[in-house]
Ligand binder design. Sequence first.
Ligand SMILES: Nc1nc2c(ncn2[C@@H]2O[C@H](COP(=O)(O)OP(=O)(O)OP(=O)(O)O)[C@@H](O)[C@H]2O)c(=O)[nH]1
Ligand SMILES: [Mg+2]
Length: 250
Amino acid sequence: MPDRSLAIEDARKSIITLMPEGQPDVTVIVPALNEEDTIGEVVERLLAVPLRMQVIVVDDGSTDQTPTVLKSFGSKILVLTNQARGGKGAAIRQALPHANGLATIIQDADLEYLPEEIPQVVRAILSGKESVVYGTRFQRGMPKGMAIPNKIVNLMLAWSVRMLYWRRITDEATCYKAFRTDVLQEMNLQCKRFEFCPEATAKSIRLGKHIAEVPITYIPRSKAAGKKIRWTDAPEAFWTLLKYRFWRKP
Ligand SMILES: Nc1nc2c(ncn2[C@@H]2O[C@H](COP(=O)(O)OP(=O)(O)OP(=O)(O)O)[C@@H](O)[C@H]2O)c(=O)[nH]1
Ligand SMILES: [Mg+2]
């Protein structure tokens, strides 16, 4: 069994990490609602990533085994628990003041995105080259198994960013959005549900940040497997892009 701390140091050296000893390189925020089938594996795989990881899970009163599974990780992760469902966006906002990694990335509590790919997404942030990096699902064509309405909405969202903000990105709605933590914290986010994505995209651009993209793998899950976003969330996403078109940092 290789020494894990040596593996972590090697990986960090190749990334030219800027964080001093003892502080995490990456904060991962995991919003979780009734995800007992996958949450344990997600957290295990996050903790195995060869970077110094701070994992913050926000559980909105899950009624399945999610809280029990989270307890089993003890102090290896920070769990914020709410009594009622607040939405994915509210969960991210709640976790953000606790984030002390140089980069912050969002990880769903399912396995649509692979924790092993986080280093390639955050690399340019840790090396100081970029402030915002998105993992794109569309640089290698359409991912297999994505429902047709989702494909259409995803294409329309990328197109809307182009029309409204004159920025060419291929995947606006990806979950793998990574930011320099201070940049995400200065956005004064207002989102409650799935409008986190368009709000963070709009505000990144309005803060003058370049959004870099790196290809990632995507294994879509179905509504039956627990997917909570609905195509009815799409109008709010478009509205959010429009709403923040002229946003300025207060
Ligand atoms: N804490 C919390 N988490 C939520 C809530 N609603 C959804 N989530 C979590 O947010 C994540 C995203 O939800 P999904 O159902 O996977 O939807 P998705 O289409 O992958 O969503 P996006 O990645 O935002 O495009 C999952 O980990 C959910 O468990 C909520 O009200 N509270
Ligand atoms: Mg998901």
